[in-house]
Ligand binder design. Structure first.
Ligand SMILES: N[C@@H](CCC(=O)N[C@@H](CS)C(=O)NCC(=O)O)C(=O)O
Length: 231
């Protein structure tokens, strides 16, 4: 049976301080960092280079970052980590809150879908790194990247953004967030994506959502009013 791990929410003097390891950028780890900050949970915010990732690949569960070290064990996958830290900090709905839980998971999954569309543009490659390396055979030239970015901006993203807008607006509980009045990890994840894809965004070179629809603009504003979101 998997052993229970100690977390900073447990009443235990020898609890370990969580260690989050990621590149020195906002990237896909920023919602996790924000979650720790908002929840007032102290953590080690370890920033590494691609070279460091390459060197320590064998010790990482899937050879990549982010990783979370808790109670001496190392975990990975940004979605799994975000859910875990969300549970520690009260920003992930409980088992009993079925509607809220599903809404949050749906948003986390749709953000992952968008990330998958962006991956070739990030890597200039059809595939992400394998064993720390990008394959020569599948390298994408500037001109191909340009065409992909154009398609992402004009064909792939606009309907997704519309769907997310409609979905967020469909909450049965009043309030600016995905689950109405209560902030969750889904809002942090959406905030990261949508601000990163804004006109001055740092999420993916050339990819831009020029204007957010009203409900999503409201969500972004509401998230930014929360202490700890912006580091
Ligand atoms: N599905 C993984 C993707 C992780 C990932 O792509 N990590 C990249 C940085 S954003 C990485 O570690 N790249 C270095 C490498 O693969 O060598 C997650 O969500 O955590």
């Amino acid at each position: 049976m998997p052993r229970a791990i100690k977390t900073p929410r447990d009443d235990d003097d020898d609890m370990t301080r969580p260690k989050l390891t990621y590149l020195d950028m906002r990237g896909i780890a920023e919602p996790i960092r924000a979650c720790f900050r908002i929840g007032g949970v102290e953590f080690d915010d370890v920033r590494v280079s691609y070279e460091d990732v390459r060197r320590s690949r064998e010790t990482l569960p899937f050879g990549q970052v982010p990783t979370l070290e808790l109670d001496g064990r190392v975990y990975s996958q940004s979605g799994a980590i975000l859910r875990c830290v969300g549970r520690m900090t009260g920003l992930y709905p409980s088992d009993e809150e079925t509607d809220a839980r599903l809404r949050v998971d749906m948003i986390l999954d749709v953000v992952r879908d968008v990330n998958q569309i962006l991956a070739p543009v990030w890597y200039h490659n059809v595939f992400p790194r394998t064993e720390g390396e990008l394959r020569e055979e599948t390298h994408l030239e500037e001109e191909e990247i340009g065409r992909m970015v154009h398609l992402v901006n004009t064909v792939m993203l606009p309907p997704r953004v519309k769907q997310i807008e409609k979905f967020v607006a469909s909450s049965s509980v009043e309030g600016p967030f995905v689950c109405g009045a209560k902030l969750t990890v889904a809002d942090l994840s959406l905030h990261r994506l949508l601000t990163g894809l804004g006109p001055n965004g740092d999420y993916c070179d050339g990819v831009c959502v020029s204007e957010l629809p009203p409900r999503l603009a409201l969500l972004v504003e509401a998230v930014e009013r929360i202490d700890g979101v912006i580091s």
